[in-house]
Structure formats: structure tokens, C-alpha cells
Design a protein around this ligand. Structure first.
Ligand code: HEM
Length: 497
């Protein structure tokens, strides 16, 4: 008996020693791989299953460290580019809040690419432009780019006006003096969805887009469930969806609803073209027409669904979130709200002048939208892997060092860190729309940099500016503090969001 226990103890001890030994060796290897950059040292790294499943803490930076630690993580390490190394689980990664380093990473000249693991949540629907690299990415963009032209943005403006009106009528707000809204997000989500569907896919939806065939869930609810359960969908095995667990059943139903929506959308448009409908310039039509071609540009059915879904998800959630946050800042800073209102009055005094053509003159309204975006960044991690051994420049305390980074190292632009970097945005915690007055398009780094930028940028800005201009024409945004919160308490809660 004693011998058996002693033997087991030995085995256990040996396992612990071997495990500890491999972890130490791995740690040393990871430190070398990331150029001995200082940074986050934790039990688990953010880019790992544990990392995304558990909340941010000292031992697990998790999904929110960029936001929660934005004020001091780079300051503490005295550099704008840091590493993250695990003691126990996960792999190493380099994170940067430096614009120079970010430019190298997203330059996409082949040295940096997006891995299948990091884009898996989008690939559930099929190959798509967001997840693609190299020639595949070029092919997708060649098909899609013409849809993101001035004529589309004019239609975004008109459709935003239509959606805004429909929202007011649909919610029964017409003729009211004031409206109390406790949670604006279901409304802005629905609005953004209608907009992407009409201006993006040439498929107008009415204000209450309940999906035929589903009595349990609206289309908007289905999108909400999907966007809030992306990780769960990836990690839970398919077989578990047969279990009577409400959350899993809801996810299953949500994916079904969106899939049916996408297939119906594509099928209807195909039939219209087959019946001789004239070619249109919305992105869905361009993708379908390319699929009909036998040429080198054509998109397969899977790619068509993948790309339609990425436009839906990349477009609607980011826009809705930014609108919500802009309304919050408008409620907090009446002086800016008043300036925006005066600008709308001056630029668009009559309905005839309320046009897309005049919208570029709304520089203060646009600046308010952009400053909100800088503050609460909608797409906050731009993750790449190195496809070959590279040299990363402009690192170290004085941004004058170079480090060798071997192939296969994750390199991440921390877009929150970048847009809260005090060297680039002095007093980053202050809401200062004037940072964006007359800023050139190239300065709008919130929409990424380099060649992968642009596709949704003007779409989102046009929609955001138009929504705000419509609102400001007739309404004033005030804070509602239902639990007797003071303005300071409201602001603190809002800024933690
Ligand atoms: C506030 C609004 C938006 C923000 C902040 C935003 C931000 C971004 C960022 C940062 C990326 C690059 C991510 C990376 O490189 O890993 C991206 C890519 C993308 N966005 Fe947006 N976006 C917004 C709105 C939209 C809209 C309205 C659409 C479509 C109608 C859209 C469609 C896309 C697509 C298709 C990609 C992938 C492009 C590519 O890789 O070539 N986005 N977006």
C-alpha cells in the first residue's frame, strides 16, 4: 500500500516537474520570439480559449484588458509596443498602440496575414473579405469596391432619412413633445439593420422586420443573439444544440433565421435578374452578377453567403454602437450638442437643403461622431500573424529600436490603445470633437489603415451624420437618470461601458 502511494506521488511529482520545465522553456522561447519586449505577464494569455471565456483580471487579461487598462498599461512599461506572455496557457503575442508599428502590421504586403483561427467566428458563414488574405482578398474587394461609391452614399443618406422617419412613426412618437428611452440600442440596431439591407443590399425592410417562418424571434433579436454569443457558438460542440438548454436553442434558432434571411435575399435577387431585371449597383447585386460570370472574378455560393453575412454583421453592430455612444455624449455635453444643432440649421435650413450634397458641410456633426468612435472604438483589435520572419521597426521606449520577429508570431494592433495614446491624442479621456474638424480621410484611423481600410468608412459616416442631423433638427437629447443618478454618476457609468 505504502509502495503504491509512494509510486503515485513520484509519478505526480515527475509530471509537475516536466510540466513546470516545459512551461519555463516555453516562456523563455516566447520572450525571445517577441523580442524581449516588456509587457503583460499572466497565467493565461488573451488570445486563448481561457482568455476569451473568463473576465479580465490580473491573472487573465481576457477580452477587455485593452479597455480596462488603457490608461496605464503602456505607460507602466514605458513603451507603445508590448508583449503578452503566459505562465501557463496560451501563446505569446505582440500588441501595439503605436501608429508607426500599426502601419507596418496592417500594410498587408504579404508578411502579415489573418489566420483561420482568429477569423473563425466570421467563417461560420463562409469565406469572406474580412477573413481573406492575398489573392482571395483582392478578388473579393474587386467585386465589392464599386458598390462603395458616391452614388451608394447618396442612397445611404436617403435611406437613413427614410429609416429615421419610419422609426418615429413605427414607435408611435409622431406628434409627441418628449420621449423617454431607457435603452436605445434595440432601436439603433433595428435602424442599422434596415439601412444595411436597403442601401447595402437593395432590399428595403419595414420598421418591424419580423421574419416569416419564425414566431419566436424577430430578425433584429436573432442578430443580437448571434453577436453576443460568437465565442459560445465556436466552443460548444454541435451535438450540444440538441439539449433542451434555452440559451443554446436561442442561438440555434438565431443562426437559422439569419441563414434563411440571407438565402432568401440571394435567391430573390437571382430570380429578379433571371427575369430580366436591370443590373443594380448595390453590393449584393454586384456579388451575384459576378457569381453568374464564369470569369476569374466569380464568387461561389458559399462566398456569396459569407460576404453578405460579413457586411451585415460588420456594418450593423458597429454603426448602432457608435450611434448609441454619440447620443450619450450629446446628452453629457450640451455645448457641443448646441453647436451641432446650429450647424444643421445653418447648412440645411430647409427640407430642400437637407441633402447628401450638403452633408459634407456638417463638419461639427461629423466630428462628434468621429470623436465618439475614437473614444469607444467599435473594432478594437486588428489581429495578424507573421507569414515570414520580419523586422518590426519603431519599437522600444524611444520608438527607435528594431526587433526581429519570427514567422508565426501573432501581432495585434490594439486599436483602443492607439486611439487613447496621449502622444497621438492629447488628453485622450476628454471628449474633444474639435480634434476632427477638417481632418483628412487618412487621419480617420478608427476604420483601420492601409489597403484594408475604407469599405465601410463613408457608409458609416454618412449614415451617422444623417441620423444625428435628422435628430437634432427637431429634438434635444437630455440625460435620463431613472435611479436618481447624478450627472457625474451617469457619466462614470457610461464611460465604463
Ligand atoms: C462605425 C462603423 C465602423 C467601424 C468603426 C468599422 C471598423 C472596421 C475596421 C477597424 C476594420 C478592419 C479590421 C481589421 O483589419 O482586422 C473593418 C473592416 C471591414 N468593415 Fe468596417 N467598420 C464600420 C462600419 C462598417 C460598415 C457600415 C460596413 C459595411 C456596410 C463595414 C464593412 C466592413 C468590411 C466588409 C470589412 C473587411 C474589409 C477588408 O478586410 O477588406 N464596416 N471595419
Amino acid at each position: 500500500m505504502f509502495q503504491v502511494s509512494f509510486g503515485l506521488a513520484n509519478v505526480f511529482f515527475a509530471i509537475v516537474v516536466v510540466f513546470a520545465g516545459t512551461r519555463i522553456l516555453d516562456y523563455m522561447q516566447y520572450a525571445k520570439q517577441t523580442g524581449y519586449l516588456p509587457g503583460i505577464r499572466s497565467l493565461v494569455t488573451p488570445i486563448s480559449l481561457f482568455g476569451v471565456l473568463f473576465p479580465t483580471s490580473r491573472w487573465n487579461p481576457g477580452r477587455e484588458w485593452q479597455w480596462q487598462w488603457r490608461k496605464d498599461v503602456y505607460k507602466r512599461h514605458g513603451t507603445e509596443t508590448i508583449s503578452s506572455l503566459p505562465y501557463l496557457f496560451g501563446g505569446p503575442a505582440i500588441y501595439t498602440s503605436s501608429l508607426d508599428v500599426a502601419r507596418q502590421i496592417v500594410a498587408m504586403k504579404g508578411e502579415f496575414y489573418k489566420t483561420k483561427e482568429m477569423t473563425a467566428i466570421t467563417l461560420v458563414w463562409g469565406p469572406n473579405v474580412f477573413a481573406a488574405n492575398g489573392d482571395e482578398w483582392k478578388r473579393f474587394r474587386r467585386i465589392m469596391n464599386p458598390a462603395f461609391a458616391t452614388s451608394t452614399f447618396a442612397s445611404v443618406w436617403d435611406e437613413t432619412c427614410r429609416g429615421f422617419r419610419e422609426m418615429f412613426v413605427g414607435q408611435g412618437w409622431d406628434g409627441l413633445e418628449s420621449i423617454d428611452i431607457l435603452d436605445i440600442s434595440p432601436l439603433t440596431n433595428k435602424f442599422a439593420l434596415m439601412l444595411i439591407s436597403s442601401a447595402g443590399f437593395g432590399h428595403p425592410l419595414s420598421w418591424d422586420p419580423r421574419t416569416p417562418g419564425s414566431k419566436t424571434m424577430s430578425f433584429g433579436e436573432a442578430l443580437h443573439i448571434i453577436t453576443h454569443n460568437l465565442i459560445l457558438r465556436l466552443v460548444v460542440p454541435r451535438i450540444a444544440y440538441w439539449l433542451p438548454i434555452k440559451r443554446l436553442q436561442d442561438i440555434k434558432e438565431a443562426y437559422k433565421i439569419v441563414r434563411v434571411f440571407l438565402l432568401t435575399l440571394i435567391d430573390t435577387r437571382r430570380k429578379e435578374f433571371a427575369a430580366g431585371a436591370p443590373a443594380q449597383n448595390d453590393v449584393l447585386s454586384l456579388m451575384i452578377l459576378s457569381a453568374e460570370n464564369e470569369g476569374h472574378l466569380s464568387m461561389t455560393d458559399d462566398e456569396l453567403i459569407g460576404n453578405t453575412s460579413i457586411l451585415l454583421f460588420a456594418g450593423h453592430d458597429t454603426l448602432a454602437m457608435t450611434l448609441n455612444a454619440t447620443l450619450g455624449f450629446m446628452g453629457l455635453y450640451h455645448e457641443y450638442q448646441e453647436e451641432m444643432y446650429q450647424e444643421v440649421l445653418a447648412v440645411m435650413p430647409t427640407s430642400a437643403e437637407f441633402t447628401f450634397g450638403n452633408s459634407r458641410k456638417l463638419r461639427k456633426v461629423q466630428a462628434c461622431f468621429l470623436e465618439t468612435l475614437r473614444y469607444f472604438l467599435a473594432g478594437f483589435m486588428w489581429i495578424r500573424d507573421t507569414a515570414e520572419d520580419i523586422v518590426l521597426e519603431h519599437v522600444g521606449p524611444n520608438r527607435d529600436q528594431r526587433i526581429a520577429v519570427p514567422r508565426g508570431t501573432p501581432v495585434v494592433v490594439d486599436a483602443i490603445g492607439l486611439h487613447h495614446n496621449p502622444r497621438l491624442f492629447p488628453e485622450p479621456d476628454k471628449f474633444k470633437p474639435e480634434r476632427w474638424y477638417d481632418a483628412p480621410e487618412s487621419a480617420l484611423t478608427m476604420f483601420s489603415l492601409g489597403t484594408r481600410v475604407r469599405i465601410g468608412r463613408r457608409f458609416a459616416i454618412t449614415a451617422g451624420v444623417c441620423f444625428l442631423a435628422n435628430l437634432l433638427r427637431d429634438w434635444r437629447v437630455e440625460l435620463l437618470a431613472p435611479h436618481g443618478e447624478s450627472r457625474a454618476e451617469w457619466e462614470a457609468r457610461y464611460r465604463r461601458a
